[in-house]
Design a protein around this ligand. Structure first.
Ligand code: AMP
Length: 309
């Protein structure tokens, strides 16, 4: 599993990659976590990054790429990785491609977590993090009154960049710099879009199936041709079966009728009979009348005195 998780801040990349990591034993590599760790340790790099992060801007590509390169070179990443939050612009995507090329570990897929803006804002504003173990919580889904981490009891904190004014900036940066990656990875045939709204486990199921579905490369698809002979025989048998059906239908006994239908049928029949006999009678009558008038005409002719010449 070598995947990139793409999505706006608050789309659930962190939560979902933690779940994938737990289930598949593939490390989550989060550029945000690596940066936060550097900030917390007070390293030179961390000091540089802190102000930029708190303003909701992107840290310089060199800094982030250095951290990612070091992390992906560790032995546990040899069996795969889930990149969360990296790359965040086209330059980073190109640098990642050459890094993975050197490591001989091409990407399997890029999963885009698709979430609408209102949900993102709500999630970011309610997000709380454990400063010790990094577990992510949300006040909207936590039992009321709970303020500590369920794993180690540490007091949960709100990230400085989850404050309302910074959230707007981060979403704007995402639209301008990160969104173009959707088209970039789509053109490379790596993009899979996952609906990121709904229950956490439902989204996880969608993520799993998107991550595990392997696209089949075109050179591995064998298209079988149907031979002409087979087609002919198929046509023959189709004709034969049509004839069989007709024969069967001819032999089949008449369907049983319901009482009402039988009555109706009988009424129809007797009406038709009456009509036919009426026609016959009128014909007979007509014939008789014609005969009579012929006879009368003959009589007349017979009684008519011949004129003397
Ligand atoms: P995240 O935890 O992914 O939301 O990242 C928090 C902050 O870390 C971002 O707002 C950026 O300031 C910085 N950051 C994380 N990943 C990157 C990256 N790939 N490139 C530049 N800055 C990053």
């Amino acid at each position: 599993m070598r995947i990139v998780l793409l999505g706006a801040p608050g789309s659930g990349k962190g939560t979902q990659s933690q779940k994938l990591q737990a289930k598949y034993g593939v490390p989550q590599v989060s550029s945000g976590d690596l940066l936060r760790d550097a900030v917390a340790r007070g390293t030179e790099l961390g000091l540089k990054a802190k102000a930029v992060m708190n303003a909701g801007q992107l840290v310089s590509d060199d800094i982030v790429l250095g951290l990612i390169r070091e992390r992906l070179s560790r032995p546990d990443a040899a069996k795969g990785f889930i990149l969360d939050g990296f790359p965040r612009n086209i330059d980073q995507a190109n640098s990642l491609a050459s890094l993975l090329d050197t490591l001989g570990q091409p990407l399997d897929a890029v999963l885009l977590l698709d979430v609408q803006r209102e949900t993102l804002v709500k999630r970011l504003a309610g997000r709380r993090m454990c400063p010790k173990c990094g577990t992510v919580y949300n006040v909207h889904s936590m039992p009321g009154g709970v303020t500590t981490c369920a794993k180690d009891g540490a007091e949960l904190q709100q990230r400085a960049d989850d404050k309302e004014e910074v959230v707007a900036k981060r979403l704007e940066v995402y639209e301008q710099q990160t969104r173009p990656l959707v088209e970039h990875y789509s053109n490379l045939g790596l993009l899979r879009v996952v609906a990121g709204e709904g229950e956490l486990d439902e989204v996880f199921e969608r993520m799993e199936s998107a991550a595990l579905a392997r696209p089949v490369s075109t050179d591995k698809i064998a298209v079988r041709r149907v031979s002409t002979r087979k087609q002919k025989s198929t046509a023959k048998s189709a004709g034969a079966s049509q004839r069989d059906t007709k024969r069967k239908a001819a032999r089949a006994p008449a369907k049983k009728m319901s009482k009402a239908a039988a009555k109706k049928g009988a009424a129809k029949q007797s009406k038709a009979k009456r009509k036919a006999s009426a026609r016959k009678t009128s014909k007979k009558k007509g014939a008789r009348t014609a005969k009579k008038s012929v006879r009368r005409a003959a009589k007349k002719r017979a009684v008519k005195p011949r004129s003397k010449k």
